[in-house]
Design a protein around this ligand. Sequence first.
Ligand SMILES: Cc1cc2nc3c(=O)[nH]c(=O)nc-3n(C[C@H](O)[C@H](O)[C@H](O)COP(=O)(O)O)c2cc1C
Length: 171
Amino acid sequence: MLYEAPRAILRLARGPSQGAKTKALVVFDSVYGNTRLAAEEIARGLSQSGSVEVTIASVGKFDVRKTRDYPIVVLGAPNHLGNASKAMREFLPQLGAGTLLRKRVALFDTCYADQTGVAVRKMEALLREREPNLHFALSGLSVVVESSKGPVRQGDLLKCRQFGVRLATPA
Ligand SMILES: Cc1cc2nc3c(=O)[nH]c(=O)nc-3n(C[C@H](O)[C@H](O)[C@H](O)COP(=O)(O)O)c2cc1C
């Protein structure tokens, strides 16, 4: 894996057949690194098929206008005080109306065990304020952390990988 400084964009699965691959974007926010780990596992799952080229980016360092270039879009944030983190809450409304329509979109969060789905639902609601008919390719994934700084609960990174694999596979 290679981080592309200074934009902190990581491209996975570069190869000779790159031009033919479906482009996927994973945008995450992370304070302590757990959501980043989850994002990286989802990216690995996406690229596992060999037919998807994945770009992974930190929310603060990604030009939101480029989102339109990706047929597959994954957005993930830590749960902060029962909501998605501030950086992600600020990013989502910047997506222009219609940007996510006709894309394979999926959301994930990281949270405590008793808060699964909470931040994902907040992100869904925020996106549907602008795009009421937005369809999600998969139900949102919650990745549980053992404490605020982690680690991720055993087994949950495997779920991230599987999430990415399923997302790479059209229904
Ligand atoms: C300010 C703050 C508030 C938090 N509030 C919640 C919360 O309400 N519910 C919850 O499940 N986790 C909460 N957490 C724990 C975060 O979900 C956890 O730190 C995060 O998933 C770790 O991801 P990261 O390593 O990518 O930052 C909070 C963490 C912080 C720092």
